[in-house]
Structures are given as C-alpha cells and as structure tokens.
Design a protein around this ligand. Structure first.
Ligand SMILES: NC(=O)c1ccc[n+]([C@@H]2O[C@H](COP(=O)([O-])OP(=O)(O)OC[C@H]3O[C@@H](n4cnc5c(N)ncnc54)[C@H](O)[C@@H]3O)[C@@H](O)[C@H]2O)c1
Length: 373
C-alpha cells in the first residue's frame, strides 16, 4: 500500500510527524512518499496544490493530510490560498463521502461544553456529501441584480444543486455504515424550503427501501442543530449535504470536548481515502510542540477498514482513540502516585480552564515522564 504524506502548514507538520512514527512502529510495510501542500507549496512552487503533489495523491492508496493555512496568505488571490488545496484534492480525487465521527471519550466528558450525562458514551457518525451542493454548484459569481428586492444593485450568488446519482451514492454509504452500527440513519435536509433538499429527501427515502433493517428518519437542519446539543446521543448515523454537514460536524465536534482528538476520512468510489484531523493548522500554537496529535494516529492505523460500496481497495479505518487516551491518562504521577486526568495539550488546558481548574495537568507517560508521546 502506498501512502501520500502531505503535512502542509503550521501544526500539520507536527501532527503528521507523530502519525508517521505510529505507522513506522506498526511496521506494516507501507510505502510512504511526502509532498508539499498548502502555503508551503505556494511558497516553494507557486501553487498550493502543485501538479506533482496531485499526481502523488492520485497514485496513492491513501493520503495522510495534516492541515493547511496561515493568516499570512489571507491576502492572496483565492485560487492561490492554501485552503484551495483541500478543495482541489476533494474534487480531483472524487472524495465524495466524508466520515466525521464524534466520539466523547470518558476521559474528556468534563471538557465538553455539555453536561457529562448528555455526552458520556457519545458515539455518532456524521456522513457529509463532499463534492456537490452550493460549494461546487455553478453558476456563481457577482453581477448586477436582474430582479429581486433590489434590481440593478450589486449582488453575489451561488447555486445549490444535487443530481440523483450524487444523493444515491452518499445515501448508500450512510445506510451501509448504519448497518454496522446502531442501524439508524437520520437524513438532514431543509425540504420545507429548498427544492434541492425535497429532492434529497425523496431520493434518500427511495434508497432506504433497500435497507429494511435500518431505521430512517428525516430532520430539518435547524431542528438537527438543536437536537445535537439537546440530546446528541439520540443520533447514530447522520447523513446530509455539503454545507449542512460542514456546520453540523463542527458543532458535533465540540460536544466531544477536544478538537485535537477528532479524525476525518474522505473516500471516493474506489475506496481511496484522505485522512486528516478535523482542525486547521492552528498558527497560534505552531512550533510550540503543544499541538494534540491524536486525531491523526486514529485514522492512520488500520483497525476497521471502511469500504464505500463493498468493493475496491480496503482503506485504513479509525483506531481506538480511547485506548490512546487511556494509555496516557491512566498512568500514575511519579511523585504522588495519582492517576492523570487529561492531556497536556493546549486545547485541554482550555477545556479545563473553562471547567474551573486553575492549573493544566501534565501528561504522564507510562514511564512517568512528561512529554507528548
Ligand atoms: N483542513 C484544513 O487544513 C483546515 C481546516 C480548518 C482551518 N484551516 C486553516 O487553519 C488556519 C487556522 O484556522 P483556525 O484558527 O480558524 O482553526 P484551527 O482549527 O486551526 O484552530 C482553532 C483553535 O483550536 C486550537 N487547535 C486546533 N488544533 C489543535 C490541536 N491539535 N491541539 C491543540 N489545539 C488545537 C488552535 O490552537 C486554535 O486555538 C486558517 O488558515 C484556516 O483557513 C485549515
């Protein structure tokens, strides 16, 4: 198996370095090749997604992606901004199915913004369609308004659209994932207002008839946002379009108490996958050695291979992040013998700070040292 390693910018390089150590320890005979992406690629090659990087990504079985971006690139023309590399990879590799698990590990229930009883044991999977919807729909642009409330005024517009095959394939992904989990799919739409999402609802309902053992319900996106914070454990698999999925998956991420623990996998029809953390390049902490690297080693090792349609290449699935956390947090303090209760990473400082703790805990390794691995 060949893995394209694309560290990117900021803490992307730091967390990818840790994930590569994990892969090396596993000694699974992966072939790994590294390439530039994002801001560093723009600086060196004049483009955030150079041809050579795209070629490597296309040839690989899987892509391990760090993060891209830095505020210093914000003034560049849009096509040269580091974040365009992500859209380019999704589009060119056809990565239409984005898996965003939101799992709240027992050790982090105190760091969630919700009460522990609401998030304890939380394990939901958001499946977001990634290559369609208003993010890619044409036409789009700026013009003089031909009609509407202010005809003749300057206006901007985007186009929301989905074709039947796009909805069918993401619905199949969701039902197949649910079959292996809690056998429940919630399809999130805005069918009461948007024609695109009435069509979405109709097609998902049709596909659902092929999965009689999976319960399907439908929810408007505004209600889904509310239920995510009211009773998040009522969900099993949530499937939705690109824009709603973008927003809901970040909201769900925050329920888990830790942005640095959350993996994301995006697969195409051949089961080729791009594995990345859910967070960005965190320029505010880059180079300080305090970034939590655990989101990447979760999708990196192969524990439960995901397949989009049951055929094609087997791709790595998520490892047990709880196991990684337990190894760190259940070790004993070298002097007082007490068990650790959290990680030393910055985000956990923030989580604990908001829960009233005055001093961030230091992570104790099994050998009793403080350190990041
Ligand atoms: N997929 C991607 O590459 C991606 C995704 C989102 C944002 N970005 C880019 O990243 C840059 C920074 O964006 P942002 O600050 O809005 O989002 P961010 O996710 O980079 O950071 C948000 C906050 O979370 C903290 N954080 C993030 N990951 C952490 C980790 N592993 N350990 C500890 N703390 C962590 C950061 O320090 C920061 O305070 C921007 O240029 C943005 O465009 C890239």
């Amino acid at each position: 198996m060949k893995i394209a390693i694309l560290p990117g910018d900021g803490i992307g390089t730091e967390i990818v370095a840790e994930a590569v150590k994990v892969l090396n320890v596993l000694d699974l005979k992966f072939e790994m090749e590294t390439a530039d992406v994002g801001g560093v690629a723009y600086d060196k090659h004049g483009h955030p997604l150079p041809e050579a990087t795209l070629k490597l990504a296309k040839e690989a079985d899987a892509v391990l992606f760090g993060a891209v971006g830095d505020w210093k690139y914000d003034k560049l023309e849009r096509q040269f901004r580091p974040e365009q590399a992500i859209l380019g990879l999704r589009k060119n590799l056809g990565l239409f199915a984005n898996f965003r698990p939101a799992i709240c590990y027992e050790q982090l229930t105190h760091a969630s913004s919700l009460k522990p009883e609401l998030v304890s044991g939380l394990d939901i999977l958001i499946i977001r369609e990634l290559t369609g919807d208003i993010y890619f729909g044409q036409p789009r642009g700026r013009r003089t308004a031909p009609d509407g409330n202010f005809p003749g005024a300057e206006e901007a517009f985007d186009t929301m659209r989905y074709t039947r095959p796009e909805i069918e394939r993401i619905a199949h992904v969701a039902f197949q994932a649910a079959r292996k989990r809690g056998k429940k799919v919630t399809s999130v739409d805005k069918a009461n207002v948007l024609e695109t999402f009435q069509f979405w609802k109709d097609v998902v309902t049709e596909v659902g008839q092929q999965y009689p053992n999976v319960k399907l319900d439908h929810m408007y996106v505004d209600n889904a946002a509310m239920q995510l914070v009211k009773q998040p454990k009522s969900f099993d698999v949530m499937v939705t379009g690109n824009m709603f999925g973008d927003i809901l998956s970040d909201a769900a991420a925050m329920l888990t108490g830790s942005i640095g623990m959350l993996p994301s996998a995006s697969l195409n029809a051949s089961n080729q996958g791009l594995y990345e953390p859910s967070h960005g390049s965190a320029p505010d902490i880059a180079g300080k050695g305090i970034a939590n690297p655990l989101a990447l080693p979760q999708p990196a090792p192969s524990r439960r291979p995901h397949r989009v349609r049951g055929e094609g290449r087997a791709v790595p699935g998520p490892a047990d992040g709880g196991h990684l956390l337990r190894r760190h947090t259940e070790s004993r303090h070298p002097r007082n013998g007490r068990r650790g209760r959290g990680c030393h990473y910055q985000e956990d400082h923030q989580g604990l700070a908001s829960s009233g703790s005055s001093r961030p805990p230091r992570l104790q390794t099994s050998r009793g040292n403080t350190g990041s691995n």
